[in-house]
Design a protein around this ligand. Structure first.
Ligand code: ADP
Ligand code: MG
Length: 530
């Protein structure tokens, strides 16, 4: 037996190679149908899986099949799909899953010259994805051998039955070894499917992920790519949020940590999670309702069933696990026709998950930048003025006067005073160069051609990186057109790549600490050698 290394994908322990492929595909964690079916599939069970379109059923069977293919002895898995488009799509997805493990998948469908398919089949593939009609064709011509098939998948089974493929499916099953694992996936489960499964499956386990209709409330939705989330929340609270805020964290610990971080910065916040007693919960809710606390931090579970209106903002401090939870969370604001705003924080690596939420919840989440320190100060103007006036009236600043006089010898009065205010307002942070400014400066001198910025990437030829890898990763992760990417120079240990000025910050945010071909990426503005 060959030793295979394993790694976690969410809660699932899978082949390391597969996990690396999944990360490359931008998958962060299993979708609910995947989390529910993959362990059963790996345990050898027959499965009936029901979940809506777009919930990731392909990988739900693709992952366990790829993981179970450990040799190159012919076609070992057969996937039946109703249409050629689906066959192609499923084959593409499975090829991606199997890429690092070198498991090959081939679509076989009507409308493509059969000779080409015969040639491809001869060259050796482990997984065939086909439409029933064309498969029967191959079986009649004896150009496909299915006697090694250990896995059969009926994908989109309801559609196949609707299209009248029952007889074809049953005919194909006669060619398969009886010792096999059968999985059936479908968005709906009409009766004929159940009778088919009774005849051809062995004690199938049913996994149903049924959903209520997702209706996204009509509120403003934004997302922010943030490096420092605590700082992000503070900026929003300081510069623009008015009214009651509900902040969602993924875990209890997340709630506690953020509670401490915000409290210690002087915000009136309360945390809510499953560890609180009923009494404590009631107390928190009372404060929030009455307004002596304006910011409530909660986990999804704790927020369930909370009865609170007039929340003006929901902040997803951690991106929700799935589209349902996103819709539930943001539904807490904008009640009764009031204007609501939902803000979601993502790290660069979570961009894909955001896109999945958008797609499945059929909504659009606009990208936004956090308010700047200037925005915050604008809003705090009155407060700062009144504080300074109070100090002046108290007339208690005598020890500082000689220092002020020293400063005034070298600086304009307004400058000196502004610097002192900044120090008073921001503390030690005032002593650092602003990060955005430094980045903007760095982006100006990268040696890129006009309109372009040259970026340095810490991987190169020794990692077997190709121009195509670079283009694909950047185009997909940063969501920019591949043709916008400029010159790429690959060296042994690093690579230079040019991207348009306007996209540079986005590319940096999306790629830094991301991976290309499984290698951890550091990316930064290139420096000109002087
Ligand atoms: P279904 O067969 O249920 O309609 P698909 O398998 O076609 O759904 O998946 C829908 C989309 O979601 C595809 O683009 C797929 O790559 C993507 N997807 C699937 N699983 C995940 C995951 N765990 N994380 C992110 N994206 C995923
Ligand atoms: Mg599907």
């Amino acid at each position: 037996m060959t030793e295979t290394q394993q790694e976690y994908f969410g809660e699932l322990l899978l082949d390391k190679k597969i996990v690396s492929a999944l990360h490359h595909m931008g998958f962060e964690e299993p979708s609910p149908i995947q989390a529910a079916t993959i362990p059963l599939a790996l345990a050898g069970e027959d499965i009936i899986g029901q979940a809506q379109t777009g919930t990731g059923k392909t990988a739900a069977f693709g992952i366990p099949i790829v993981q179970n293919i450990t040799d190159r002895r012919g076609v070992q898995a057969l996937v039946l799909t109703p249409t050629r488009e689906l066959a192609i799509q499923v084959a593409e997805e499975i090829s991606k899953i199997g890429r690092t493990a070198h498991v090959r998948a081939l679509p076989v469908y009507g409308g493509q010259p059969i000779e080409r398919q015969i040639k491809a089949l001869k060259s050796g593939v482990e997984i065939v994805i086909g439409t029933p009609g064309r498969l029967i064709d191959h079986l009649n011509r004896r150009t496909i051998k299915l006697d090694k098939v250990r896995f059969l998948v009926l994908d989109e089974a309801d559609e196949m039955l609707d299209m009248g493929f029952v007889d074809d499916i049953e005919a194909i099953m006669d060619y398969l070894p009886p010792e096999r694992q059968t999985m059936l996936f479908s968005a709906t489960m009409p009766r004929p499917i159940l009778s088919l499964s009774k005849r051809y499956m062995k004690a199938p386990k049913t996994v149903a992920i049924t959903k209520e209709e997702l209706t996204v409330p009509n509120i403003q939705q934004y997302y922010f790519e943030v490096k420092d989330k605590v700082e992000g929340v503070c900026r929003l609270l300081d510069a623009e949020i008015e009214g009651k805020v509900l902040i969602f964290c993924r875990t209890k610990k997340g709630v506690d940590d953020l509670n401490i971080a915000l409290s210690s910065r002087g915000y009136l916040v309360e945390g809510l999670h499953g560890d609180l007693s009923q009494n404590q919960r009631d107390r928190v809710m009372k404060k929030f309702r009455e307004g002596s606390c304006e910011v409530l931090i909660a986990t999804d579970v704790a927020a369930r069933g909370l009865d609170i209106d007039n929340i003006s903002h929901v902040i997803n401090y951690d991106i929700p696990q799935d589209p349902e939870s996103y819709v539930h969370r943001i539904g807490r604001t904008g009640r009764y026709g009031a204007e609501g705003v939902a803000m979601t924080f993502i790290t660069a690596r979570e961009f894909r998950q955001l896109k999945l939420i958008e797609r499945i919840a059929c909504t659009h989440i606009k990208r936004r930048q956090l308010p700047t320190a200037d925005n915050v100060i604008e809003r705090q103007r009155e407060q700062i003025l009144s504080k300074v006036r109070t100090v002046l009236e108290l007339n208690s600043f005598a020890p500082y006067v000689p220092i002020a006089e020293d400063l005034l010898e070298d600086y304009e009065a307004a400058e000196a005073l502004a610097a002192a205010l900044k120090l008073g307002q921001e503390g030690p942070k005032a002593l650092e160069a602003p990060a955005e400014e430094k980045l903007r400066e760095d982006l100006q001198n990268t040696g890129g051609r006009p309109g372009m910025v040259r970026l340095f990437v810490n991987i190169g030829r020794s990692q077997k990186i190709t121009v195509r890898d670079i283009i694909n990763s950047i185009a997909i992760e940063a969501d920019i057109p591949a043709r916008d990417i400029g010159q790429i120079s690959i060296y042994d240990r690093f690579t230079f790549v040019e991207v348009p000025e306007a996209a540079a910050e986005k590319v940096l945010a999306a790629m830094d600490r991301n991976t290309i071909k499984g290698y951890r990426v550091n990316i930064e503005p290139a420096k000109l050698r002087r």
